[in-house]
Design a protein. Structure first.
Ligand SMILES: [Zn+2]
Length: 598
């Protein structure tokens, strides 16, 4: 069943410490009890400000809040990393629960601060924002000033606070269905019946046998279709509550409200859709090529994930893989490369799969300590891309943490996926310089699929969200029928005639968890768009590296559009999207030459 033969799992103790992260760099394990005590004591310090907060003493309250927040974060990250090393050690999972509860308590304790400060006179807030004393908090104060005009009376705000305590339950309801109650049925693998899970489903979709893919696809969709009216009502409920907040906060549309949280203009969203839509004929071309490469008489949506070129059989050892990544990222300059090399020997990375270790890969960390990267390296080509991707996140944090204070170091999701994807694009371009034959074909199709799933697919989702919110905004009903009909139409428009839009695929909206975070997925599409632009800029002109370093160092010290301006990107214009789409076309053109089918 595995795409790659499973390697023997080694126990953690037998792994050289060079290949394990050094969690002890964050804090000493024996200090955990005193961290708990300090945090609890800090709560009392914060509560003492309740009802007494004014523009003069506010800074003291902010500083205590920051101090506690930092301690809490350190503790959380430490315990989180420790528990991921071995999920069977209950000590850490129990500690993680305790710290999470402490974090909830912390946000309750602090909940009076923002509403109180937001009520200060605007002039007072501007003075605070611009003063040296409040410099760590200037972005936070600026967001309060920006939203001041949206506040209602004290009484009305109290009612709204009560409403907000349950208005986002639709997401929880969906989560309960999607993670607990949904029945995805059983499938037969090698003569053995197995319960289908979300994870197994994505593996099954890559199975070379079309019949296997179809069975898994039908089973999964049946699970959602059997509850589709409930799911439709729940999703409509979620959109209605978004529309409620849109009106309460005096926005023109749900889209404007969602984007304004990170100060993103609506044109960024609309440009994305209009340019990507224009290029859908090229996606149709790719889909036709895929059908030919897979030698299929009829192609369905469940045939979209099976690789059209097989990965090489030999695996790349971690040291060799890391060397490839380092070479690929050399256009980012000596300093970047040196830090990458140091990261490898200084305990940033937990490399190998060990017993009960958390699966997958991620980058995580806390201000004041180097970033951490979890891998489960086996050595496939995809694993090499994972190193580049996760080290991109880690280096982003490294630069931001070095340049910014704790309060301004954290960056938002809108820019987060850019740094990781720039590295992936640089890696592809590096490998393509020398790759030939099947390897070259594999890389081209890897890149095409990356753009297809991250740029085209997420944009299609973005378009669906616009439809759903628009329907509620114009006082029409959102039902299983009209959503499914619209989704089918979108699917045809995006993927074209070479793939059969069967009855199942129209229901795909019912199984996308991200739709409960309204207008969120478009950020994956803008992320890869920016990454392709930046990688091309750097390869064309090495002086772009300096601007890119400024981007990496900005953390959360500016709004996202201003951070993108540092690298000369303006998403309120269509050009960056055109650049990304042309990259798709050029890659497709080359791939086409290599594919021979019936
Ligand atoms: Zn990522």
């Amino acid at each position: 069943m595995e795409i790659v033969k499973k390697l023997e799992i080694i126990s953690r103790e037998n792994i050289d410490k060079l290949y394990k992260w050094k969690v002890e760099d964050i804090m000493r394990e024996e200090d955990i009890p005193s961290f708990f005590e300090d945090i609890k004591a800090g709560f009392a310090e914060i509560i003492a400000f309740s009802g007494k907060l004014n523009p003069d003493n506010c800074i003291e309250c902010f500083l205590v809040q920051s101090k506690i927040s930092y301690k809490l974060e350190k503790l959380y990250v430490f315990v989180h990393l420790k528990s991921d090393e071995d999920k069977s050690i209950t000590k850490y999972s129990e500690l993680l629960d305790k710290v999470s509860m402490l974090a909830v308590e912390f946000s309750t304790v602090c909940s009076f601060i923002s509403p109180t400060v937001a009520k200060f006179k605007k002039q007072e807030l501007i003075k605070m924002r611009d003063s040296e004393k409040y410099s760590y908090f200037s972005m936070y104060i600026d967001s309060l000033i920006r939203n001041k005009k949206r506040l209602l009376s004290t009484k009305e705000e109290a009612v709204l606070a009560n409403v907000s305590s349950f208005s986002d339950e639709f997401d929880n309801i969906f989560g309960m269905f999607d993670n607990v109650d949904v029945n995805l049925g059983e499938i037969e693998i090698d003569g053995e019946k197995q319960k289908l899970t979300h994870g197994l489903y994505s593996v099954m979709l890559q199975n070379p046998n079309q019949e296997v893919r179809k069975k898994a696809y039908d089973a999964v969709y049946n699970g959602y279709i059997s509850m589709v009216n409930t799911l439709a009502a729940n999703y409509a409920g979620n959109v209605k509550q978004e529309y409620f907040w849109t009106r309460m906060r005096k926005y023109k549309s749900c889209l404007e409200k969602a984007l304004d949280g990170k100060v993103i203009p609506v044109s960024v969203y609309n440009n994305l859709i209009s340019v990507v839509k224009k290029y859908t004929p090229h996606l149709h071309e790719y889909v036709a090529l895929r059908k030919k490469a897979l030698n299929l008489n009829e192609m369905y949506m469940y045939d979209m994930y099976v690789p059209i070129v097989k990965d090489r059989n030999n695996l790349t050892e971690f040291d060799a893989a890391y060397k490839i990544v380092t070479e690929a990222l050399s256009p980012l300059g000596d300093e970047y490369v040196k830090t990458l090399l140091d990261a490898k020997k200084d305990g940033w990375i937990d490399v190998f799969e060990t017993k009960n270790k958390r699966s997958g890969a991620y980058s995580f960390g806390v201000y004041g300590t180097h970033p951490y990267v979890l891998l489960n390296h086996r050595g496939t080509t995809h694993d090499i891309f994972t190193i580049a991707h996760e080290m991109g996140h880690a280096m982003h944090s490294y630069y931001s943490n070095n340049a910014q204070c704790y309060e301004k170091a954290g960056y938002v999701i809108f820019v987060a996926e850019i740094a990781s994807t720039v590295n992936e694009v640089l890696l592809i371009k590096h490998l393509l310089k020398t790759a030939e034959g099947e390897e070259r074909k594999y890389l081209l199709s890897y890149y095409i699929d990356m753009i297809r799933t991250t740029l085209f697919r997420q944009t299609m989702f973005a378009e669906f969200e616009k439809f759903a919110h628009g329907t509620i905004e114009s006082n029409e009903a959102l039902s299983a029928e009209n959503m499914t009909e619209y989704y089918s139409k979108l699917n045809k428009e995006y993927y074209g005639e070479s793939v059969i839009t069967d009855k199942n695929i129209g229901y795909e909206w019912a199984r996308i968890p991200h739709f409960y975070r309204d207008f969120y997925v478009y950020q994956y599409a803008t992320g890869i768009t920016c990454a392709i632009n930046i990688a091309n800029m750097i390869l064309k002109d090495s002086s772009a590296v300096n601007s890119y370093k400024k981007f990496l160092s900005a953390g959360g010290s500016m709004y996202s559009m201003d951070i993108l301006n540092l690298v000369g990107l303006d998403l309120t214009k269509k050009e960056p999207y055109e650049v990304a789409m042309k990259e798709f076309c050029a890659t497709l053109k080359e791939l086409k030459k290599t594919v021979r089918g019936k």
